[in-house]
Design a protein around this ligand. Structure first.
Ligand code: PLP
Length: 439
């Protein structure tokens, strides 16, 4: 047998705790503010949309938070996820770099999203919630929550961004198969959706609009709560199982990553992989370069401002301190629907502000070029979102070749692209364009 390329852990190795970077930030994270009073929001203000147990987790200063047994038990369906060394990809790039990827696409919904969906459905069930309302961009989050709700006997309503609803009909069917009710957003199901449709009957929608619709639905219904698939502290927290496993798997591989890369939409898969490494950077003086990758058509971190802004278009959320393009920004109809968000997780934004991470951006033709090269060497057809990370990995690997340096690169392959084939069709038939501004 040739060299080992697949590094796996056993069921017993699934982390027992989530890691909370809030405990280790050298400066405290600016709190979310009430939009009227501009005072920090109190837990009772947030319980209108989230159950109290998740609100407490959102605000928790604890470094380690126990993963409940029922959640760990469900994690065993796909966790621990494998870590692979991409030797064929390295060869194609003629690079001395060693490239490793953590593959989250083997979960039932096909991405990292079930890591938090299952936890959120569990805490909502405990709190007596009967129905969860949410938004979805690419459909990955909506399908993850539909799956998780099914496991805990909760109803699920998903507002799916119009452009993805049209581009990805099979994602919608997947959600329906798990029993969710799916609306294209903007929809005529909510007051805000109707207002948006009046302004533009052909609106492609955005995550900001879909979030507003889901919150409105939750607030107006008895026993319904809202659930968010990214951005917030508790979502980043739940995703840290990825990085904790990766640290152990890199040890099995006998290497230490020097460059760590992930794509960013709201920031959760990037946070999940990188925050346990950021902890080592802060507490063990490790010198990792950690890079977040976003679309150049929706460049919240590389071109946005760090300031308080709303998380949604209708101004229903508290004000969050984050990198933002403004909550009314309408991202172009790129195929990476999960990255069409105007803002960025406050925790990821704070890590950037403190110089703990870097950010870069790529146009979509570069992304698909990277995705195709990866699929032709490693076999997996990556999600367009995850392919942003691959594009940055290629640039790092080429730099290694030019400098004649072996560096160890680790990236998060956050999901597969098997339900994004229409986007691959557009690319492979030469019809894909780079849309940088406007719609
Ligand atoms: C496969 C995949 N990766 C990444 C993302 C981006 O979200 P986040 O930044 O929260 O990880 C999405 C969002 O839908 C996704 O589906």
């Amino acid at each position: 047998m040739s060299q080992p390329i697949r590094f796996t852990l056993s069921q017993a190795d699934i982390p027992k705790q989530w890691y909370n970077l809030l405990a280790d930030f050298p400066e405290p994270l600016p709190p979310p503010l009430h939009p009227g009073t501009k005072q920090p929001v109190t837990p009772d203000m947030m319980t209108a949309i989230f159950p109290e147990n998740l609100v407490m987790q959102e605000m928790s200063p604890e470094r380690w938070i126990e993963i409940p047994d029922p959640v760990r038990e469900i994690y065993t369906l796909w966790r621990p996820t494998p870590l692979l060394r991409a030797v064929r990809f390295e060869k194609a790039l003629q690079t001395p770099a060693h490239i490793y990827y953590k593959y989250e696409g083997g979960s039932p919904a096909g991405s990292h999203k079930p890591n938090t969906a299952v936890a959120q459905a569990y805490y909502n069930k405990l709190a007596g919630t009967k129905r969860l309302c949410t938004e979805t961009g690419a459909g990955q989050w909506g399908s993850a929550l539909a799956f998780a709700c099914r496991l805990f006997g909760l109803d699920c309503t998903v507002y799916m961004v119009r452009v993805s609803f049209d581009q990805k009909p099979y994602r919608k069917l997947m959600m329906q198969a798990w029993g969710a009710n799916v609306f294209a957003s903007p929809s005529d199901h909510t007051e805000f959706g109707r207002k948006m449709l009046q302004q533009n009957p052909h609106s492609p929608g955005s995550l900001g609009i879909a979030i507003s619709e889901a919150i409105e639905d939750a607030v107006k219904s008895q026993a319904a709560k809202y659930s968010l698939g990214s951005v917030l502290n508790h979502v980043c927290l739940h995703q840290t199982v990825i990085g904790q496993e990766a640290i152990r798997q890199m040890e099995l591989a006998g290497e230490e990553p020097e460059v760590i890369i992930g794509c960013i939409g709201g920031g959760s898969n990037f946070a999940g992989l990188s925050f346990p490494f950021v902890r080592r950077k802060l507490t063990e003086k490790k010198n990792y370069r950690i890079v977040a990758v976003e679309p150049s058509s929706c460049p919240s971190v590389t071109k946005g401002e760090l300031r308080y802004d709303f998380g949604d278009t209708a101004e229903m959320t508290p004000l969050l301190m984050m990198y933002t393009l403004g909550h009314t920004f309408m991202p172009p109809r790129i195929h990476a629907g999960g990255l069409r968000y105007h803002g960025m997780s406050p925790m990821v934004s704070h890590a950037k502000k403190l110089g703990l991470i870097d950010a870069v951006s790529y146009p979509q033709t570069k992304i698909f070029e990277a995705a195709v090269l990866f699929s032709r060497t490693e076999g997996i057809l990556p999600a367009p979102e995850a392919s942003h990370a691959i594009a940055a990995v290629i640039d790092e690997a080429v730099k290694c070749r030019q400098e004649g340096k072996k560096r160890v690169i680790l990236f998060n392959l956050s999901g597969h692209g098997l339900l994004d084939l229409a986007a691959f069709d557009t690319y492979l038939s030469g019809k894909m364009k780079d849309i940088e501004n406007g719609d």
